[in-house]
Design a protein around this ligand. Structure first.
Ligand code: ATP
Ligand code: MG
Length: 564
């Protein structure tokens, strides 16, 4: 490819709305273009790398015996109604009505249509197991689309679904996908960990996520320093230790003018956050719930949502909090609520005595509050996030350390959840009907591409791993008007093209500095510069991830390029 012909524009400035390196670099290198919030086009250079990621995934899926097909993205509501997810998806699902009043959605994930296809095709155990996959656009009206294609509203997912006769078969299919996923992310040059994941309220029997370690990751991951346990923070169980058995003191109301936050309280009361219990009011599918956890903890919304099998869960509005507590925001507590609502108490709080809570009165708190005596809990459950130093929920001995990660892949043992809901059965050896046992396996193709950049870049730009680089080699003649210089560059370019190497020649009439900058930005793994010593047949070769260049003869340079 000739740079002068390439449809692209690089950008020097960091785009204002791009917060993380991969998003900034994808825009600066002209790989993607925003069409609307969470909706992007891929430009030719970006689409080349995108297709390389896709082909690594496709190769490994085929290798694992999965068969590719493609389903519509525009789907009738019926299948999702059959599984109950038409309601469950809530506002995240893009829905629409056709001219005849029939309702459709843009598929957010395809368990239902795959289950229907297999149900309508497979009769006998002889046709099982089968694993099908597609690489296709998905649509989710995300609450917070951000970070470019990392969390977008239209994105490409490789989604695979396995169908087996029994749990044992599922185990085998799941393991095949697990191995294929490892090969995929290894080939893509990613540093990742595999963690136990949440299976949701009505979830299947097991689930793991492939997490790319990154500070910009939206997921928290916990590791045990002793037994190797690794889990998503959403899922990691919290172990409560050492119940406080001290004597219950009489509850008293105290004046706390303008003390609305935990920090205010710490300053005012001169004790630490562990003496307080915060009460946060949630709106869970239209029902208000007060949730209590220790002052220094965070409520885990996934655990809370699972407790209520929630579709939509959000913080109650300020106005609702004021109505419910009869006080200004910041003074919520379990005693004296004006409306009767559920009170969910974190397990850890249940082991505390004589704590401080908001008094449901502006500028007042209660001290020496005790569960059971002063208020009743509707539910006591683990609803907080694990934190650094917590005891490992698996071995009970090690301590947890925390890191951040980007979820690029997710594998899930669904069991018979969808086959029961959609009556996906087969006849076994004895002619008896059984439900198929399913698994599902997703990879975000665009998110994976972004994660690769997140782990492979420097201040100057992207550093593509060879497997996904849009072009493996770039030839840069420093003087396009110099016949000798240009002739040698063209010769190298032609030789590389002929040997089937993805090669780019920067034939623009630009200063070398400009060309080097662009070349670093777009991250081409190997640069061959034809400069001063072109007359002698000597060129400079530099790898993108190395600081220094070396001088080689043109034919040595071609040989070096063929090696990557
Ligand atoms: P998240 O928790 O990040 O929203 P999810 O649990 O909803 O992800 P799955 O439903 O398991 O994701 O989807 C499978 C894969 O699709 C994810 O592992 C991720 O790589 C990708 N993915 C999910 N949502 C998005 C999105 N909004 N933008 C880009 N990729 C996504
Ligand atoms: Mg999601």
């Amino acid at each position: 490819m000739r740079f002068s012909n390439m449809f692209m524009a690089t950008q020097r400035e960091i785009p204002a709305d791009a917060e993380i390196p991969s998003h900034q670099l994808m825009l600066r290198a002209g790989l993607i273009r925003k069409a609307a919030s969470g909706i992007y086009s891929f430009m030719p250079l970006g689409y080349r790398t995108y297709r390389k990621v896709e082909s690594v995934i496709r190769e490994e899926m085929e290798e694992a015996g999965a068969q590719e097909l493609i389903m519509p993205a525009l789907l009738p509501a019926e299948a999702y109604q059959g599984s109950g997810r038409w309601e469950k998806f809530g506002p995240e699902m893009f829905r629409m009505t056709d001219r005849n009043g029939r309702t459709f959605c843009l598929g957010p994930t395809h368990e239902e249509p795959f289950t229907e296809v297999v149900r309508d095709t497979v009769r006998s155990y002889k046709q099982l197991p089968v694993t099908l996959y597609q690489i296709q656009h998905k649509y989710r009206d995300e609450k917070r689309p951000r970070f470019g294609i990392m969390r977008s509203r239209e994105f490409v997912m490789k989604d695979a679904y396995s169908f087996d006769c029994d749990e044992e078969g599922l185990g085998v299919s799941y393991q095949k996908m697990y191995k294929a996923y490892r090969r995929i992310f290894d080939r893509l040059g990613l540093d990742y960990t595999i963690v136990d994941a949440d299976t949701g309220a009505m979830g299947g029997s097991g689930s793991q996520e492939f997490m790319v370690k990154s500070e910009v990751g939206e997921d928290g991951i916990c590791f045990c320093d002793k037994c190797g346990y690794a889990a998503n923070e959403e899922k990691a169980g919290c172990v409560t230790t050492g119940a406080d058995n001290s004597e219950m003191k009489p509850m008293e109301k105290i004046d706390t003018p303008d003390v609305r936050t935990i920090d205010d309280l710490i300053g005012y009361m001169k004790c630490d956050a562990t003496a307080f219990v915060k009460t946060i009011i949630y709106n869970i599918d239209g029902r208000f719930v007060a949730v209590m956890c220790r002052g220094d903890r965070e409520i885990n919304e996934t655990k809370l949502g699972n407790l209520y099998e929630a579709v939509e869960l959000e913080l109650a509005s300020f106005a609702d909090v004021e109505d419910i507590t009869g006080a200004a925001v910041g003074f919520a507590g379990p005693v004296g609520l004006k409306q009767k609502i559920d009170i969910v108490v974190d397990k850890e709080v249940a082991s505390m005595r004589n704590f401080i809570v908001g008094a449901c009165e502006t500028d007042r708190h209660f001290r020496n509050v005790n569960i059971g005596r002063d208020f009743a809990a509707t539910k006591i459950a683990d609803v907080r996030n694990a934190v650094e130093g917590d005891i490992c929920p698996k071995c009970g001995e090690g301590r947890l350390t925390m890191a951040r990660g980007v979820e690029v892949g997710h594998i899930f043992k669904l069991g018979t959840k969808y086959s029961k809901a959609l009556n996906c059965v087969y006849l076994d050896k004895d002619g008896k009907e059984n439900y198929m046992v399913m698994g599902c396996y997703g990879i975000g193709v665009g998110r994976t591409l972004a994660a690769i950049i997140e782990q492979h870049h420097d201040d100057n730009g992207i550093i593509w791993p060879a497997e996904v680089a849009p072009y493996k080699v770039i030839v840069i003649p420093t003087k396009v008007n110099d016949e000798v210089n240009m002739a040698l560059a063209e010769k190298i370019y032609a030789e590389l093209e002929e040997s089937g190497i993805d090669v780019l020649i920067d034939d623009r009439n630009e200063r070398p500095g400009v060309k080097f900058k662009d070349c670093d930005l777009i991250g081409i793994p190997l640069r061959i510069t034809v400069g001063r010593r072109a007359g002698e047949g000597i060129v400079e070769v530099k790898a993108r991830d190395e600081a220094d260049s070396r001088e080689l003869t043109a034919s040595e340079a071609v040989a070096a390029a063929k090696e990557i």
